[in-house]
Design a protein around this ligand. Structure first.
Ligand code: AMP
Length: 281
């Protein structure tokens, strides 16, 4: 596995691969890898001839007071995992490589960034969209892989690609969970043992919601209130519990069609997110 930090070199190597007739797959990450990331890498390895993984803790998508400075890192372990997964190229730039002096462009999407994390993390999606579009341009990727763990991010990127005629095919992959249901996340490392137990309330509340909808519950407000009570019983501080249309994240009037139930909650000082797409008839 080749390891580089220069955006120009990344583009050069990728274009070279494409000239040889290879397809290029990109998996953007912030590192501290787990099975969720590796599921994306394996999919890229299956679908593409030349697989690029980026590790970049992007400062512009973190707000003041968020965990940019303490975001977990273990580059040696990440490298070993990616090498073993058959990755061709690891791109690991510094903030200066990505944002050279004088940088002043921002990619901003309107409606789809308004609810959920967009409402609770101002500027977050501007940071995400700008860096992801830059990674697409630097890597000249044919395909890029994103997890449904960050469901809104996936939808925002799909929208950006459509709106701006970006020639990258986006593929969303299912949420990978620990055996007990906790969605895998680099931030799970922050949890103490008792917090790790309490964090299970996120996936449990989604299980309950799915059961209730399957059992014929038809009232959105009631469903949200049931979810909230599971989270509150575990003493989690709720950031949001929202139910939106799964395709465009638009407001819904009733429990009908494909719905996104999305949660963000603090377990102690750690903010975790989880979601489920519910199919309501
Ligand atoms: P991150 O390193 O947290 O920025 O995540 C990089 C990519 O991995 C994003 O597309 C995430 O949605 C995806 N990802 C993170 N956790 C999971 C998970 N538990 N299951 C599937 N994909 C994930």
């Amino acid at each position: 596995m080749l390891k580089i930090s220069s955006p120009e070199k990344l583009r050069e190597l990728s274009l070279e691969a494409k000239e040889e007739g290879l397809t290029v797959g990109l998996v953007p990450t912030m590192g501290y890898l787990h099975e969720g990331h590796l599921s994306l890498v394996r999919r890229a390895r299956e679908r593409n001839d030349f697989v690029i993984v980026s590790i970049f803790v992007n400062p512009t998508q973190f707000g003041p007071g968020e965990d940019l400075d303490k975001y977990p890192r273990d580059l040696a372990r990440d490298e070993a995992l990616l090498d073993a997964a058959g990755v061709d190229l690891l791109f690991i730039p510094t903030p200066e490589d990505v944002y050279p002096e004088g940088f002043q462009s921002v990619v901003h999407l309107e409606h789809i960034t308004k609810p959920l994390c967009g409402a609770h993390r101002p500027g977050h999606f501007d940071g995400v969209c700008t860096v992801v579009l830059k990674l697409f341009n630097m890597s000249a990727a044919d395909d890029a892989y994103f997890g449904m763990k960050d469901y809104q991010q996936l939808k925002v990127i799909e929208r950006m690609v459509k709106d701006l005629n970006v020639g990258v095919r986006i593929e969303g992959m299912p949420i990978i969970r620990e055996p007990d249901g906790l969605a895998m996340s680099s931030r799970n490392k922050y949890l103490s043992d008792p917090e790790r137990q309490r964090a299970l309330a996120l996936s449990k509340s989604l299980d309950k919601a799915e059961e209730l909808v399957g059992g014929g519950l038809i009232e959105p407000a009631e469903l949200i209130s049931e979810v909230r009570s599971v989270l509150e019983a575990a003493n989690l501080e709720i950031d949001y519990v929202e139910l939106l249309g799964a395709e465009n994240l638009d407001r819904i009037e009733s429990l009908k069609g494909n719905l996104l139930l999305a949660i963000a909650a603090y377990v102690g000082t750690t903010r975790l997110i989880d979601n489920r797409v519910l199919v309501a008839r």
